[in-house]
Structures are given as C-alpha cells and as structure tokens.
Design a protein around this ligand. Structure first.
Ligand SMILES: Nc1ncnc2c1ncn2[C@@H]1O[C@H](COP(=O)(O)OP(=O)(O)OP(=O)(O)O)[C@@H](O)[C@H]1O
Length: 193
C-alpha cells in the first residue's frame, strides 16, 4: 500500500502530476471531488456552490473535514490498487489526517516552482485571472492558499520536487516517485527506515 499526496501553490504542477498518475493506471482522489460530492449530496450545484460547501464543511466539522471525508474514497481505491494519489492537500491539519491513517505508507510530495514561472505557466494554460479564477490574480491566490496552511503543509513534505525544468523531466520524476523507483526517495527511506 502506498498513498502519495501532493501539495503545491497554484500552477506548480499538481494537475500534471495527477495526469501522470492516471496515465500510469493510478487512481487519483482529489479534495475537489470530495467537496463536489458533498455539494451534490446537499442538493446544491457542484459547479457554483463548491466554495460555500467547502467552507461549511470546515465550519461544521473542523479544518480537517475534507481530508477526513476523502478517507473512504481512498480506502476504496486501495482495495484494487497498490498506489493511490491524493491531490489537493491544503494544510498541515490535512497532512495529519493522512499520516495518522496511513503512517509510513503515506508520502507527501511538495511540488515547487518560483512565482514568475508559475505565473507564466498559468497564463499559457489560459485559465488565468480573467474568468475561471474569478478575477483573482496569482498573488492573491497564493495568499489565500497560504492562509489555509499550505506553507505548513509544504514544510512537512517527505520529498520536494522542483518543477523548473521541462514538462518531460517533471513527468519522469513523478513517474519514478509513483513507481517507487525514485533514487532520492529510496536513499531517504534507507537512511531512516
Ligand atoms: N515543467 C513544466 N514545463 C512546462 N509547463 C508546465 C510544467 N509543469 C506544468 N506546466 C504547465 O503549467 C500549467 C500549470 O500546471 P498545473 O495545471 O499542473 O498546476 P496546478 O498545480 O495543478 O495548478 P492549480 O492549483 O492552479 O490547478 C499547466 O498548463 C501545465 O501543463
């Protein structure tokens, strides 16, 4: 059993990591799916009301609520798959949930790239500040994510992946992490069994 969680600021490459996992046959559980499911369960519109529901979940059940609700989905995928990727971790409180549940079988991967690099990639991606993000620019999004505890989550990472090289190089690194053939990760495990 291996549960890999990714954490990273907007535009760092989390979506690309999830794509690599899916291509490798690894199920991806995103915190966003949990919120969308809950929104639908409440008879609301997942496209419009997910922000409100995410906030309500945290207010009603505490800051770890969304991570806790993802656990049954993860357990379900682990019945048929050796590895599961968890996307969308936002705070150290959520990291606690996964570490408590999966112990050493949980690996937290922080995906990092400088602000300018992320800004340029988001522009290229075409869903920049104008529409999908509600007019919020990257600095404001960073600020909001940090407010959730993203910085503290990133500090807890077992592995840091600098996504500053080519997309191909990034895909290769993520693939080796997923397949358990990543040299740095293995050296670390051997040093600290
Ligand atoms: N190494 C790279 N080289 C070139 N482009 C990249 C690289 N890594 C990611 N990208 C591109 O940058 C954009 C942002 O990456 P991605 O969507 O994976 O980020 P994210 O962390 O999921 O962001 P968000 O939290 O905003 O959804 C995408 O268009 C992606 O294809």
């Amino acid at each position: 059993m291996h549960v890999i969680g990714t954490v990273g600021l907007p535009g760092s490459g989390k979506g690309e990591a999830a794509t690599v996992a899916r291509e490798d046959g690894i199920p991806v559980v995103t915190m966003g799916d949990v919120v969308r499911q809950e929104t639908a369960d409440r008879g609301l519109d997942p496209a419009k009301d997910h922000g409100t529901v995410a906030q309500a979940l945290r207010e009603e059940n505490g800051p770890a609520a969304i991570a806790e609700r993802s656990l049954p989905m993860i357990e379900d995928r682990l019945e048929t798959h050796e590895t599961v990727l968890v996307d969308g971790i936002r705070s150290d409180v959520e990291v606690d949930v996964f570490e408590d549940e999966f112990g050493d079988a949980f690996t937290l991967v922080s995906i990092e790239a400088p602000f300018e690099v992320r800004a340029e990639r988001i522009d290229d991606r075409g869903r920049d500040a104008s529409a999908a993000e509600g007019g919020e620019d990257l600095a404001a999004r960073d600020e909001r994510e940090r407010g959730f505890g993203m910085d503290d989550a990133m500090e807890r990472a077992d592995v840091v992946v600098e996504n500053t090289d080519s997309l191909e190089a990034f895909h290769d690194r993520i693939r080796s992490l997923i397949r358990g053939t990543d040299d740095e990760k293995r050296a670390e495990a051997e040093a600290d069994p």
